[in-house]
Write a protein that binds this ligand. Structure first.
Ligand code: AAO
Length: 500
């Protein structure tokens, strides 16, 4: 009797714990949405408007925002100053706490979730008279951050990370000289949990955990398990857990593996970014994409946060090097993005950049200090120094495509033995790519009902018809698909809602 009570209790504890942990893999998107965008360095007020005017209506599921907590003010205001925390006050160049809270509320109201890039592996590097974006001061050389407060008792002893084959060094030493917090200390855990719970109380849906590779998984587990459920006053279901995606760069050959983190949350899959760059740069043939997914060495689909580029590797920071595509190679970039969004693999994130000429350059400003707002053109694109890849028709229409074909499998894969490929997503969508230096013009199975469809890459379906190419699907589902090598885009995509 006693034993069976004990085992019942244990089972209950196990069920409760595993339910909680399982839920950390769910992005908590509003129904019918699948993809987040990283609005790198955007201001909170601008994101609120973007949710209402563009992201909500176009079917985006969420926004990854730049770090929200107070950071050091660095000379010339590089973008990377935001990865040097001074405190957990919510004041940065993107706005203050009230503006942040207003943005989260307005985005949630239009079905767009907010994910915060949280930096708690470390504080700043050495800085004389360090001053933060919220006005706090710190003495980083002595590991003193009174606005938290942290003292030198809360950090690992100083040593630098030189050897990525030594996991103790990777996790206990300083990444590029940033003062390395010791997350095994209960004081540090309490400060981090308070910070994350504060964000949850404001209505966020989850976190990108910066530099997770540099923290011990067992410490992260303790922190994650103490984080509250999402806020029901902000519309989340009772018991919903924050979505956790952890930045772990693992391209193989190092001591720390991405697999050490997959029981805690989702992991950023840098191998995906690397491989998709290689393929669409012409260093690998498109026909090999037939088994895209774990067979390429990627994590399982439900554990992989995938992207073509991120804010680091698009400018040569982090990992990946010359193979990574970014907005500057726009035709290949749009093809890679379309492939990522058309393929069922992974949890997708679209990058949205500001234009840069050097790798330290910060976002556009009005006066060298204050971030400038993007300017919107009639064709949806941005100017004023902002690239806004998420507003490129070829990209936002493919976000819509992914939503529409969700839950269907790839079928009727076709390739020409080199760089022309096509496939259906169930009987809901069809996509074709031409990465060869000659035209594609052939009859292919689209799996769609007979009719005339509007290609969502070259145009949009409008009241008056289609502003782009039309595709005539016959009663057998076949259509003549044409993508010349001279066209602006190397992709063609149609789906059942693009039927005219
Ligand atoms: C700035 C200055 C520094 C200065 C420092 C302190 O640039 O000169 O010392 O302040 O004053 C960002 C910037 C940094 C900046 C920092 C703080 O990128 O330049 O430092 O803010 O302001 C590693 C980490 C990864 C990290 C990445 C950049 O593992 O977590 O470096 N990314 C995140 C953020 C990032 C941010 C931070 C972390 C810090 O996304 O924006 O830094 O908060 C190997 C390892 C990787 C390692 C790379 C780079 O990669 O595997 O783990 O990433 O090296 O060190 C091949 C290999 C690949 C290898 C790569 C490079 O591709 O396959 O594995 O080569 O060797």
């Amino acid at each position: 009797m006693f034993l069976s009570k004990v085992s019942l209790c244990l089972t209950l504890i196990f069920v409760l714990c595993s339910r909680n942990i399982e839920a950390q893999f769910n992005p908590n998107y509003a129904s019918g949405r699948t993809t987040m965008v990283h609005l790198f360095e955007w201001k909170w007020d601008d994101i609120a408007v973007e949710c209402e005017n563009f992201l909500g209506p176009k079917g985006f599921g969420g926004v990854q925002v730049s770090p929200v907590n107070e950071n050091v003010v660095a000379a010339s205001r590089p973008w990377w100053e935001r990865y040097q925390p001074i405190s957990y006050l919510l004041t940065t160049r993107s706005g203050n706490e009230q503006q942040f809270a207003d943005m989260v509320r307005r985005c949630n109201n239009v079905g767009v979730r907010i994910f915060v890039d949280v930096v708690f592996n470390h504080m700043t590097g050495d800085n004389v008279n360090a001053r933060g974006t919220g006005g706090s001061t710190a003495d980083p050389s002595n590991k003193s951050f009174p606005a938290v407060p942290y003292s030198n008792l809360d950090f690992h002893p100083t040593c630098s990370i030189n050897n990525y084959n030594d996991k103790y060094e990777v996790r206990n030493c300083e990444l590029v000289g940033l003062k390395d917090l010791d997350q095994s200390k209960s004081w540090v855990q309490d400060r981090v949990v308070d910070f994350l719970n504060h964000l949850i109380s404001l209505g966020v849906a989850g976190f990108r955990v910066d530099a997770a590779k540099h923290m011990w998984p067992e410490d992260l587990e303790k922190i994650y398990n103490r984080v509250n459920n999402l806020s029901t006053t902000h519309g989340f279901d009772t018991g919903a857990r924050p979505f956790i995606f952890q930045e772990v760069i693992d391209l193989g050959g190092e001591a720390v593996s991405k697999n050490e983190y997959t029981n805690l949350g989702v992991v950023t899959e840098f191998a995906h970014s690397n491989s998709i760059g290689k393929v669409f740069r012409g260093k690998d043939q498109l026909r090999w994409l037939i088994n895209w997914g774990p067979q390429w060495g990627f994590l399982n689909s439900d554990r992989a946060l995938i992207f073509v580029d991120n804010h680091d590797n698009q400018r040569g920071h982090g990992a990946g090097g010359a193979d990574i595509l970014n907005y500057k190679t726009s035709k290949q970039y749009k093809m890679a993005s379309a492939f990522m969004l058309a393929h069922p693999f992974g949890i997708t994130r679209v990058m949205s950049s500001f234009a840069f000429d050097n790798t330290d350059q910060g976002p556009p400003t009005t006066d060298g200090q204050n971030i400038a707002s993007p300017i919107f053109n009639d064709d949806n694109s941005c100017s004023g120094g902002w690239v806004c890849e998420h507003r490129w028709r070829q990209i936002y229409n493919m976000v819509g495509f992914r939503n529409i074909v969700a839950g269907t499998a790839i079928q009727n894969w076709w390739d020409n033995g080199s760089n022309q490929i096509a496939f259906c997503r169930g009987s809901k969508g069809f996509v074709a790519f031409n990465g060869d230096s000659y035209d594609l013009n052939t009859s292919l199975q689209t799996c769609l009902p007979a009719g005339t469809y509007c290609d969502i890459i070259s145009g949009v379906k409008s009241d008056s018809g289609c502003t782009g190419k039309r595709v005539e699907v016959g009663s057998d589902g076949r259509a003549t698909i044409s993508i010349t090598q001279a066209e602006e885009d190397g992709t063609l995509a149609i789906h059942f809602e693009s039927k005219l």
